[in-house]
Design a protein around this ligand. Structure first.
Ligand code: ADP
Length: 508
């Protein structure tokens, strides 16, 4: 009992350790994937910042070059300047009253209509929005805005010449910025993609990834196109679905490991319980067998002593005592046979040897050997055989042992029923032996269990009736070795009929 308690404690400990380990692995795996996610996001953010700095410094560099090169005395030069510095679309030079100087406006626009429209827009709206009066000669200011739904980027600075202020305004060529510079700087490298979106999150540049992408960071351009944001999108990153899938895999792995441990422990527990039960049954068996052996031995020794001390009244009585000794010793040897055959059976050795023989003869022998015990139990015996039973391949000793076991059981358990009826019939191609008593019978739910080794019916376990629980197991084994079988028909209180059959012609 203590060993079993220890085992339970051990199993509980192993189980809780396994569950703890499973939870720990799950939490760690989640933490790791979260850490991995953060590292990837950080990298993407750094990448976005790097790209923004690269693009903006290109724009600022071009603007700066233009501001530095504009010369009020040589205003016609601005045309060449605009051509030389590619992201520049227009250059406007204004006097202190914010009027465009004659020849102070160059643009890459081709159509005259477009040029006039832009100039009108500049003079009516843009100039107001640029707040040129606050401009310094040191700092460049930028304005990123839209007019009539079209985006514009301007930068401007104040310049001084001949003691007067004038202003240089540069319009950046946004289609060039998007079409050429962005493509140069933001070439996609799978699994990473770059997208530029405007203030309404509308697509400006890059692949249209829709919502399939999973992980992205977005950073605003700080200095120039400040209304736009650069998005870095990691495709093939752990999407919601992939994360769920990973969780499922984690669950499956951890779950199956746990499952294996639980199954292993259950198997261990079952094995230990079986082992314990088998040990219990074996010790019960040994004590039962020893007990069974003792009775015939004490009868033999009692009658032997009477004969030896000549305490017999007559020669007939002496013969009767000698006969009892003989029969009890046969019974004793049968009991030993039972145990030995059973031991052979347990070791998987076949205890049956076949020869052509007469089943009736084997039954007769068992009946003869049992007569004395039957009469002592005050039981009446009826025997009826079909006439002309065929000879069959059988092990006569083994079958005698079967019948002896069945009669013995009837004497042990059904002596109250008084009548025991043994029949041997030839039915179809079978020889059927039935042993019917009028004893207490056997509960239906135990009909198959009584043929299990060591099994004893609940009703007899508490009674002082000797038994080892191997008799019927042995009978069933012998019947099956003959390619036959044994069955029982019984109801509690209505006696029991055991039917053992063997085939007339041995198959196979
Ligand atoms: P044993 O008699 O040594 O206990 P058996 O294998 O011969 O073992 O029988 C198994 C059990 O079947 C018995 O313990 C008993 O409970 C039940 N049994 C066998 N024969 C009879 C019978 N004729 N009437 C009632 N119960 C029986």
């Amino acid at each position: 009992m203590r060993r079993l308690t220890l085992l339970y404690i051990l199993i509980g400990t192993v189980l809780s350790a396994a569950v703890g380990l499973a939870i720990y692995s799950y939490v760690i795996s989640n933490k790791l994937s979260e850490r991995e996610r953060l590292v990837i996001l950080d990298t993407m953010r750094e990448l976005a910042a790097e790209k923004i700095v690269g693009i903006e410094s290109e724009i600022v560099k071009a603007d700066q070059a233009v501001f530095d090169a504009v010369d009020i005395d040589n205003i016609l030069e601005i045309e060449a300047l605009a051509k030389r510095h590619r992201p520049v679309k227009s250059i406007l030079v204004l006097d202190r009253n914010l009027k465009i100087l004659p020849s102070g406006f160059v643009t890459r626009r081709d159509k005259k209509k477009d040029i006039q429209r832009f100039q009108k827009l500049f003079e009516s709206k843009i100039i107001r929005d640029l707040s040129l009066s606050g401009a310094t000669s040191v700092e460049r200011s930028h304005l990123h805005t839209s007019y009539d739904g079209r985006p514009y980027l301007f930068s401007w600075a104040r310049k001084r010449a001949k003691g007067d202020n004038y202003y240089v305004v540069i319009e950046t060529d946004l289609p060039f910025l998007v079409g050429t510079m962005f493509s140069q700087f933001l070439a996609s490298q799978a699994p990473r993609f770059y997208q530029v979106v405007n203030e309404r999150s509308e697509h400006v540049y890059g692949p249209l990834l829709g919502k399939t992408s999973s992980r992205s960071v977005s950073l605003a351009f700080s200095e120039t196109v400040s209304k736009w944001r650069l998005r870095v999108v990691q495709k093939r990153a752990l999407s919601g679905a992939a994360k769920a899938q990973r969780q499922v895999v984690d669950f499956a792995l951890i779950g199956s490991a746990l499952g294996i441990i639980v199954v292993g422990l259950s198997v261990l527990l079952i094995a230990v319980r079986r082992e314990r039960r088998a040990n219990e049954l074996k010790s019960e068996f040994i004590s039962n067998v020893s007990h069974e052996l003792k009775t015939p031995l004490s009868i033999i020794s009692m009658f032997g002593e009477m004969l030896a001390t000549q305490r017999t009244k007559s020669a007939e009585q002496a013969t009767e005592y000698a006969e009892i000794i003989w029969k009890e010793s046969v019974r004793l040897s049968r009991l030993i046979d039972n145990v030995l055959d059973f031991a052979k059976l347990e070791r998987g050795v076949d205890a049956v040897e076949f020869a052509e023989g007469d089943f009736g003869g084997a039954v007769d022998r068992a009946v003869e050997l049992s007569r004395h015990r039957l009469s002592r139990a005050k039981m009446e015996l009826e025997v009826e055989f079909d006439e002309e039973l065929p000879m069959v391949e059988l092990d006569a000793n083994a079958l005698t042992l079967c019948v002896l076991n069945l009669i013995d059981n009837a004497i042990k358990y059904a002596a109250d029923g008084k009548l025991l009826r043994i029949e041997l019939r030839h039915v179809n191609s079978r020889l059927v032996l039935s042993v019917a008593d009028h004893g207490p019978g056997i509960a239906k739910d135990e009909h198959s269990a009584i043929f299990d080794r060591f099994y004893r019916a609940k009703a007899v376990r508490l009674k002082p009736i000797r038994g080892s629980g191997i008799g019927l197991a042995l009978v069933q084994h012998i019947a099956q070795a003959h390619k036959g079988d044994i069955s029982v028909e019984s109801e509690p209180g209505k006696g029991a009929t055991f039917r053992l059959w063997i085939p007339v012609a041995r198959r196979g």
